[in-house]
Design a protein around this ligand. Structure first.
Ligand code: URA
Length: 434
């Protein structure tokens, strides 16, 4: 073994070699490597090599837990213990049409449980919650910690951007993983997500781990392993943590795209909306409320009677938004028709997500801007009986030159089978992991 360099406790190359050869890293090695990477002492190429060794050889539960704690310790920790309300948060691993945070945060807050929802912008085919809310005129994502705390006390729900001080080691490492083929490691994904959620200081955390073509995790086994790892990390950190495994083989609801998804969320808050969006919103709300000590309340009732909508309006107004303002509408639309009579048995989530992204709803690089009105409206979901020539999808964009690429993405996304056919049976909520 080579010795430490100067005043450093370890040499990065020794830590890399240990993991490369299938060994376990000690607590001291993990603490050091995360801290030294954040300080710039461990070089990006060394961290990239270590991330690849972790991807190939995995980590034990102890290593993952220590790695997560070291990333939390790299930055600040929010503390909401002084609030008048218990706190509960939700994290989704990301999917197409996943607008659930929008109705869910005000719904849960309606029952006196504070929801400190730190969210991100979208990258690639899954949309970002902040992008969706930014389609509301005036709404702003950036709040200071004191503004956030005041809003949690007053309104009960905040959806805002995570500050740079939260788990800065993860910020660096995630950007590095993105360009070194090391995102798809369950220990690294779990520690990345959970370091931010634990640092955020919530008392209860409900994880929505998506499975299917439109999700990070394509198979139920891998989604289950990710869910188990994250639930264990949360529980070990003293956060009441539950995960639902949910289907992402087809888009959630009837819209994918920023303003389109806000519009659909408003339908849910008004007591309507697509049944799958309502089912998942209510199921996640029940979990959050139960974790915060309210197992017997009825979230569906607060959607039906307008209480959740009242909280939504207060939440949007508190962040400068005008809840009564019209939402942006795309300059151009193009309708995709059913090719034949029959039953729609497949509408692929990934293809719809990529097509919405091509229409301008998402970004390819962090610096890109998004079109608020771009996206896809879905007129039929798997299981629907369709007639040839009737509308299946409406594509929305401000830049019609984007239609051909989006249509090419959708070319193999849809299967219409002869009358009497059934789509594969896929429950929306596949399992609950505690
Ligand atoms: N989201 C994160 O925050 N981190 C990952 O590693 C993957 C998804």
């Amino acid at each position: 073994m080579s010795s430490g360099t100067g005043t450093e406790a370890f040499a990065a190359v020794d830590v890399i070699v240990r993991k490369r050869d299938g060994g376990e890293l000690s607590d001291a090695q993990i603490d050091w490597v995360i801290d030294a990477y954040t300080r710039g002492v461990v070089a990006h190429e060394q961290m990239a090599a270590l991330a690849m060794a972790v991807l190939l050889n995995g980590m034990t539960r102890r290593e993952i837990s220590r790695w997560t704690n070291a990333m939390i310790a790299s930055g600040e920790r929010l503390d909401f213990t002084g609030l008048r309300h218990p706190t509960a948060d939700k994290h989704s691993t990301g999917g197409v049409g996943d607008k659930i945070t929008l109705p869910l945060a005000p719904l849960v807050a309606t029952f006196g449980v504070a929801v400190p929802q730190l969210s991100g912008r979208g990258l690639g085919h899954t949309g970002g919650t902040l992008d969706k809310l930014e389609s509301i005129p005036g709404w702003r994502a950036g709040l200071s910690t004191s503004e956030m705390t005041a809003q949690l006390d007053d309104v009960g729900a905040v959806i805002c951007a995570a500050g740079a001080g939260l788990a800065p080691a993860d910020r660096l490492l995630y950007a590095l993983r993105d360009v070194t083929g090391t995102v798809e490691s369950i220990p690294l994904i779990a520690s990345s997500i959970m370091s931010k959620k634990i640092a955020e200081g919530t008392g209860t955390l409900v994880l929505d781990v998506k499975v299917g073509t439109g999700a990070f995790m394509k198979t139920e086994d891998s989604a289950r392993e990710l869910a188990r790892t994250m639930v264990d990390l949360g529980t070990d950190a003293g956060v009441h943590t539950v995960a639902l495994l949910t289907d992402m083989s087809t888009p959630l609801g009837l819209t994918a795209g920023n303003a389109l998804e806000v519009r659909e969320s408003l339908e849910v808050l008004a007591g309507g909306g697509p049944p799958d969006v309502v089912e998942l919103t209510v199921a996640l709300a029940r979990e959050m409320l139960a974790g915060a000590g309210l197992p017997d309340v009825d979230p569906a009732g607060a959607l039906a009677d307008g209480r959740a909508m009242d909280t939504w309006r207060r939440m949007i107004t508190a962040q400068g938004g005008d809840p009564s303002a019209g939402l942006p509408v795309a300059r151009e639309t193009h309708t995709l028709l059913a090719p034949a009579d029959g039953v729609l048995v497949r509408l692929d989530a990934l293809a719809v997500g990529v097509a919405a992204w091509r229409l301008g709803a998402g970004r390819a690089r962090k610096e890109d801007t998004v079109q608020a009105a771009a996206g896809i409206e879905i007129h039929a979901k798997p299981g629907a009986v369709v007639r040839g020539g009737e509308p299946l999808l409406t594509l929305h964009t401000d830049t019609p030159g984007r239609f051909p690429a989006a249509l090419a993405d959708l070319a193999d996304a849809i299967t219409v089978a002869p009358a009497g056919s059934q789509p594969p049976h896929r429950p929306l909520i596949i399992d609950r992991i505690v």
